[in-house]
Design a protein around this ligand. Sequence first.
Ligand SMILES: [Zn+2]
Length: 373
Amino acid sequence: MAEAKVHAARDAEQVRRLLDLPEVTVLVRQMDALRWTGRTGYGARAMVGMALVKSLYCIPVWTRVAALVRDHAALRDVIGAAPSEWACYRFARRLREHHDLLADCLDAVVARLAAETPGMGDRLAIDGSDLPAYGNGQRHLFNHGPLRERFADPDASWGHRSSVGTRKGGGFYGFKVHAAVDTATELPVAWTVTTARESETGHVAGLIDSARRRGMAVGTCTLDKGYDVAPVYATLAERDVRPVIPLRMTGRVVRGLDKPPSCEHGEWRFAGADAKRQATKWRCPTAGCAPASRWVKADRLHPLIPRETARYKALYRERTAVERGFGRLKNEWGALPLRVRGLDRVRLHVDLTMLTCLGTALDRAGAARKLAA
Ligand SMILES: [Zn+2]
């Protein structure tokens, strides 16, 4: 079973264990089959090892990864060499060109985690999070100065981020990672990286489809107010996923149209949902009305898990799992700071970070299983 809240273990042994995962072994074999040897003849195992060191030790640049491995006997031993930063750049380019191989490896890692962790993916939380660019996005070269004509990262753009803790919300320049996190283990199960400007609501379908493809059942999906728009409800209903999303104060909400039915006996009570029928059932509190119950069609104002219920409240409280998931990726697994530019490089960086984080979860799940046996 995947351990909740996986923390990084930074040592050579951990690198070796990750390289020995069957899914990583397949990636190494496929990269080697491309007859990539690097100019100085490093095998793919050494180069994947460098990528794992980079996120295990939270090192933003290859130069310092190369320097660490050069000076670290145990790491050199596990990797079997001390590749230069130039070898790392060439390998990263090769990985971007054959991105499908890394995608298959990530599919396999998440699929095995799901298979070995009962209930994983049943309850998802989805959100987007900021990845500030490695480059300046200000329109002017300096205060009241001329307009900037060349941008270091042409794929980055201005987006909005919400406040977190004591940090105010506001604009930022860069990219966004959109992710679906399993609320029980707080592990990401599907993700995508876009330029910051892109809206978040358009990615819900892709994330859920990807989680399903990786073997998860996906029963409920918890999102914040930013996703409280009709297309998101339609997307979830089409996929038979129950939405847990708070209401924005739209005109219909102000008029109280989201309230349960009521009569002279008081507000009616929730009496069950029927997903096939896409409706919820409500009952007169005294059963004094005829009929004493009726069905209400599910929509944004009347979701299958009504907002009045304890179940909704418990599910909504779990939404913070996605925030903690992002926090861990950024601070413990080295997703930030970005020291690469361009969408495809940022994507590769995030995918390698995910591989290290999820591979570690998989390795621990295996170790826990052996202990239990
Ligand atoms: Zn009544």
